[in-house]
Write a protein that binds this ligand. Sequence first.
Ligand code: UD1
Length: 372
Amino acid sequence: MENIKIISVVGARPNFMKIASVADAINAHNTSRKPFIGHLIIHTGQHYDRKMSDLFFKELGIPAPDVNLGVGSGSHAVQTAEIMRRFEPLLLQHRPDYVLVVGDVNSTIACALVAAKLGIRVVHVEAGLRSFDRTMPEEINRVLTDAISDVLFITEISAETNLLREGVAPEKIHFVGNVMIDTLLKHLEKARQSDILKRLGLTNGKNSAADYAVLTLHRPSNVDHPGTLQTIVDALNEVAGHVPIVFPVHPRTRKAIGSLQRDLSPNVLLTEPLSYLDFLRLMADSRLVLTDSGGIQEETTVLGVPCLTLRENTERPVTISHGTNRLVPLQHLEIVEAAQQALHNGPVSGRMPEFWDGRSAERIVAVLEELS
Ligand code: UD1
């Protein structure tokens, strides 16, 4: 049996928790089974701040990247092109059997494209999600990556419908569940030990239930347009009159907030980006999460915490049909009323989406073994 060689790509924060479980599953496979799977992790350097990158490797026990391409920030074209330019020589040097990419960030499409052009099979983890909104840079990345992928691993059944409609051959699609949820389930107990609530002054003792909401905001469509951001901030200031809001601020958003005309309420507690375990604890104990993130819609579904997604659409419809997620139009009244209603209704329990059971990465490794 020939050994298998895989190069996995990470670049931006949401990639790290996905690769963590893939790397674990490959290691577990290698301890007891053949063929040996050689696994290199390449970090493109799309995210580079310690709090947006290194911290996650440490907390999640991800092997340090074998290579960091050190690309950094730039316009979409510059960042994507620079990743491609620096990734190609690595592929020529290592000639892996598979390049495995996750999610929908610029690093995902850039590395998939380089691999496909070199005739190296592309594996896309979290394939087939569609917001049907081409103004989202991630939607372009998703559509293009899927079009050139050879093995497509999906997290929910809507993705299969989307891929079949786009002409992807059914035998390329594998429904394995959600590797990011593998990581969540593995780390939840440890996250519960985090003292983040104490550090933020949200709870006095062990037994007192904390009373706060959590907010994250980083989509260009929400934070890059001052008018939209102002609408959201005004609404959140009103919500903060009912419940304190903890707001770990993404670097993109921090820049945008500085240019707002009105300040955030003192009841909105701004923090630096948090570590994985601190943020998981913060979400798990919150009364409500408001977000425009993709992954957080899925994590709150598993945690049973009400989630209001400040977007017109979601590429993850299972979080609405099965989970705790609700889309909220970007209008003052809509946001305030949805938040009040969610706070009034209290905790929600959804159905767990199929295969979100902590074993998705294991299924991925089994499929790749089978295909080799
Ligand atoms: C990227 C992804 C997005 C994902 C998000 C998670 C794309 C197109 N977008 O968006 O899908 O949801 O990551 O965070 O790939 N910056 C820092 N330090 C860092 C990284 C970025 O200060 O470590 C600042 C830079 O000013 C940069 C800006 O944040 O220009 C945006 O970073 P970028 O990677 O371009 O996009 P994100 O908004 O982070």
